[in-house]
Ligand binder design. Structure first.
Ligand code: IMP
Length: 222
């Protein structure tokens, strides 16, 4: 039987992205269900602290002894807003939404599209924290890009319809806005492209990859 990672999330999009990723390593992902209110998100200034606090709370709800449990926390960091909404991304999305976010950046315009992308620079960041049965491992990932002037596409979730990823070179590294890369959405947002293409840029995939680099090769049944 494949080893299983129990993922604490209520977000089907995240669950699907993680399952897709871990399948490459022969690992099954299942959703970890906990009673309502059992895991509280702390107020903290960085994603790592939030992820660790949630993971420690989740350890009280292991499905069986020795089980592997993972949490993943992400946020949108806008340069012109000094990194806001960052750790408050969920709250900001639930309150003002994508429309509110684009309105906040309305003044950042230029006739030069490359300059406009620079003014509207942002990144998604993700931290995955995994309890491997003995210790906590952390993986980090980033996806650079910019905020669109208006919402585009209805795919993905969260801020996807307003986030345009920066093109990537052959090695998967982000490129400046005036360079056409080997991997590109051609100016489309994550909300307007297929999941497979988003996956090539994804901060979440990068965080999970970083995690897997530290993970002992899939061993005993868990
Ligand atoms: P959390 O990691 O679920 O707390 O995410 C914080 C906020 O960022 C939520 O509003 C999510 O919808 C949003 N978010 C996280 N990851 C992504 C992503 O890959 N695309 C778009 N929005 C995201």
């Amino acid at each position: 039987m494949n080893p299983t990672v129990w993922f604490l999330t209520s977000n089907q999009g995240k669950l699907a992205e993680a399952a897709h990723h871990f399948a490459n390593f022969g690992i099954t992902v299942q959703r970890l269900e906990v009673p309502d209110g059992a895991v509280v998100e702390p107020q903290a200034s960085d994603l790592e602290t939030v992820a660790e606090a949630k993971l420690r709370q989740a350890l009280a709800h292991l499905p069986h002894e020795g089980a592997m449990v993972m949490v993943e926390d992400a946020g949108l960091f806008v340069e012109a807003l000094d990194g806001f909404p960052g750790v408050y991304s969920s709250y900001v999305h639930d309150t003002v939404g994508n429309q509110g976010m684009t309105r906040l950046l309305e003044h950042l315009q230029s006739e030069d599209p490359v300059m406009e992308k620079r003014l509207r620079a942002a990144s998604f960041q993700a931290v995955a924290a995994l309890w491997d049965g003995e210790r906590i491992l952390f993986g980090k990932g980033e996806c650079k890009g910019s905020i669109a002037s208006e919402s585009q596409g209805d795919g993905g979730f969260g801020y996807d319809p307003i986030f345009i990823p920066a093109d990537l070179d052959e090695d998967g590294e982000p490129l400046p806005p005036d360079v056409l890369g080997a991997v590109s959405t051609h100016g489309k947002t994550f909300g307007a492209v297929e999941v497979d293409l988003k996956h090539r840029f994804s901060h979440r995939r990068r965080a999970l990859e970083d995690l897997m680099r530290q993970f002992p090769s899939p061993g005993p049944d868990r």
